[in-house]
Write a protein that binds this ligand. Structure first.
Ligand SMILES: Nc1ncnc2c1ncn2[C@@H]1O[C@H](COP(=O)(O)OP(=O)(O)OP(=O)(O)O)[C@@H](O)[C@H]1O
Length: 696
């Protein structure tokens, strides 16, 4: 019985076809089983380098290219192209099974043959080659075969390697790229997901190779499954996972585990697949949680797409972390009365005045959150001994006693008035669940973990009993945009030995990522586990244009130019819903929406969940976390706006906090810029922000 497998490129081609043609392709391949039995045509391709490549008729003008095995029964759909292009594509290609990795590989032999002599000539006199430091043995062990080794041997810089991506076998290219980016052979090997060492690789067994190549080829059993894959051809993430992603999704961990990685490396994708994997096991409910409501909605939608079995889907609950905290709180204590920010400032002011304490309300509010609530400090004695890491301004014991008096008075005031803050609700909810013997969930999956505060962590820790696969954490500390710096160990989550890093960015182009990473150059970023995070080895799936940087004399000109830019994108065929616009402040966002609407561009505020439309999404940089857009405009990157002085603790008040604030704001701009999939536009008026000036 023949089986069909679909290669990633085929699905990409399919996504570009018009609806009628897509239906025709679905029709042809749904009938494939019958067709093969009836001897329907898989035509041989004349002058092919690989005589297993066949063409199949879609209609008068279009052909599919299929790999037909010499033995075995797996037929792999490789391309769908206009008639002549399909034949040319097939004539140039060679399909093989890598004897080290066991995976299916496709290479453009003609392009390799055509490029090699020229590269050899260019390299001629040069001693230093891109891979002179890597031994032949290491290359061989990574699955780089003779032909690719010969090619790699004449490369002198990484740009040549990048250009070769289109024609070298993908896995081998990735191995070379990892080495060129400074990874060790061991790191490359573990990233690319090596097959079990004892597995015998038969270079002619296409069936087995297809099963091993899950990141590029998906096997479908029957027409229903085929149609399911064809239903959303653009969402490749549902079907294909990179080996490094798949490894994390399917692993069995003896305790909490986590995945890190730069922007767009698929941490959210992994979190969703992981939740699906755990829910399928049927051992209990899975909580999928994250920091903001916008992201929780997008996780909800992603899971609806990914999980087709309603019984499995029912086992997954998506709630943002505060929603979960409030839910637990309400069940026990009813509806909380919330302290407003203005009331909070007023209360601190009163307390400080009464005690004649010469510190600001902001200082007290931060001290209370970051020291007292974060470490669950119960009394003055404990406060004297509390760690104040990251708080910068040192306090002697006399000062601590005074500060504690203020905190104590403030806390008593809240209790008397029956007032709660999100943080005290989180702490209360964590205590409620901590005491419960019956936990609400069997697994917790956390996305955008870098921004959760200690009480949110305690709450999530308490939501599941300590067990295998209990907590799964996805996050990137380069994208931390709130104040909280925590150590996972301190909140009862030990991920030692259960941590993986993703390095291939699927979202953004190499140009946008490189430019954005420059903004973080030289910054020391922690890894939430006592070490520091690295950006070594990040690379992108695609290339594109450089970010556009635009300077204007005044704000009016800058905003008008934004409308023109958005109009240019729309005229070029980008859907308004694929465009994101961001600025640092709420008021700038409001003005930008008005400005776009004045230019007859449909635009809506991301903050307004009711207003969701197919128009351009406009939101603050904080709102942009976790989202992505084909074209992204980051506006108002002007000095005194990015960062706004109000967000930065004055250096004379507290140097350490000042530096942390600056880093957090820098990361915020980094997050905003890395939301772009294809094009990034950055503008300012007057003097640009220091963050931009540095990378201009
Ligand atoms: N295996 C894959 N195949 C195809 N596309 C993928 C794959 N993994 C991720 N993507 C795509 O890459 C983009 C980024 O993925 P995702 O949002 O999961 O990354 P992330 O690491 O969570 O990003 P960030 O930290 O910047 O928010 C998405 O469009 C996603 O669909």
């Amino acid at each position: 019985m023949p089986r069909l497998a679909i290669e990633r490129e085929f699905l990409r081609d399919f996504a570009r076809l018009d609806r009628k043609l897509q239906d025709r392709v679905s029709d042809v391949f749904s009938k494939f089983n019958e067709a093969t039995h009836a001897g329907i045509h898989l035509e041989k391709v004349g002058n092919a380098r690989d005589d297993r490549l066949r063409s199949i008729r879609i209609d008068k003008f279009w052909r599919g290219v299929v790999l037909a095995p010499e033995s075995g029964d797996t037929y792999t759909l490789l391309k769908v192209l206009p008639h002549d292009d399909a034949y040319v594509w097939a004539q140039r290609r060679q399909v093989s099974i890598n004897t080290v990795t066991g995976r299916i590989e496709i290479r453009d032999v003609e392009a390799i043959d055509a490029t090699l002599p020229e590269l050899s000539r260019a390299a001629g006199g040069k001693d230093e080659r891109l891979f002179s430091q890597v031994s032949d043995g290491d290359l061989r062990r990574l699955g780089v075969d003779n032909q690719t080794r010969e090619f790699a041997g004449v490369l002198t810089d990484i740009v040549q390697l990048e250009a070769a991506r289109a024609f070298l076998p993908q896995h081998q290219w990735e191995a070379l790229y990892g080495l060129a980016a400074g990874l060790t052979p061991e790191e490359v090997w573990s990233e690319l997901g090596a097959p079990p060492a004892d597995e015998q690789i038969d270079p002619d067994d296409v069936d087995a190779a297809v099963e091993r190549t899950a990141e590029r080829v998906v096997l479908v059993s029957g027409s229903a499954e085929l149609l399911e894959v064809f239903r959303r051809p653009l969402d490749l993430w549902r079907v294909y996972l990179h080996p490094s992603q798949r490894k994390v999704v399917a692993a069995s961990y003896r305790g909490p585990a986590r995945v890190t990685g730069g922007p767009g490396t698929g941490k959210t994708v992994v979190a969703m697949h992981r939740a699906y994997h755990l829910a399928r096991q049927g051992s209990g409910q899975v909580l999928v949680t994250t920091f903001t409501s916008t992201l929780a909605t997008s996780l909800q939608m992603g899971l609806d797409l990914l999980v087709d079995d309603p019984k499995v889907r029912e086992r997954i609950v998506v709630q943002h972390v505060d929603q979960f905290a409030h839910h637990v709180f309400r069940k026990r204590l009813g509806h909380p009365k919330l302290l407003s920010p203005t009331d909070e400032t007023r209360r601190w002011r009163q307390v400080l005045r009464a005690l004649k304490l010469p510190v600001t309300e902001t200082f007290m509010s931060e001290e209370w959150r970051q020291v007292v609530l974060a470490q669950q400090v119960p009394d003055g004695e404990a406060y004297l001994a509390a760690k104040r890491t990251g708080r910068g301004r040192p306090l002697g014991s006399r000062q601590r006693t005074q500060v504690w008096a203020a905190i104590d008075a403030f806390q008593r005031g809240l209790i008397e008035a029956g007032l709660w803050t999100h943080e005290t609700i989180q702490a209360e909810a964590a205590a409620v669940l901590g005491e419960a013997s019956d936990k609400p969930f069997r697994h917790v999956v956390v996305d955008e973990a870098q921004d959760l505060n200690p009480n949110q962590w305690r709450l999530l820790r308490a939501a599941v009993a300590p067990a295998s696969d209990d907590v799964f954490i996805a996050g990137d500390t380069h994208q931390r945009i709130y104040q909280h710096r925590i150590s996972l160990k301190d909140v009862g989550l030990n991920v030692a030995g259960r941590s993986a890093r993703l390095t291939v960015s699927y979202r953004t182009t190499a140009e946008i990522l490189a430019w954005s990473l420059n903004m973080l150059h030289g910054q020391q970023i922690d890894d939430m586990d006592g070490g520091s995070e690295t950006i070594a080895g990040y690379r992108c799936e695609t290339h594109g244009t450089l970010p556009q940087l635009k300077s204007f004399a005044g704000r009016t000109d800058e905003y008008r130019a934004l409308s023109e830019q958005v109009r240019t994108w729309i005229d070029a065929g980008v859907e308004p819903g694929e465009i994101g616009v961001t600025a640092r402040s709420n008021s700038a966002v409001d003005t930008l929406i008005l400005e776009l609407r004045r230019s007859d561009i449909d635009a809506y505020a991301l903050a307004d969940s009711q207003a969701r439309s197919s128009g351009v999404a406009v939101g603050t940089m904080h709102r942009m976390k976790g989202l992505e857009f084909r074209c992204m405009a980051v506006v108002g990157v002007t000095t005194n706006q990015v960062p706004p002085p109000s967000a930065i603790t004055p250096v004379e008040e507290d140097r350490a906090t000042h530096l942390q604030d600056l880093q957090r704001e820098r990361c915020l701009l980094f997050v905003a810029c890395t939301r772009a999939r294809e094009q990034l536009y950055v503008s300012w008026h007057g003097t640009p922000s220091d963050f931009i000036d540095q990378v201009r």
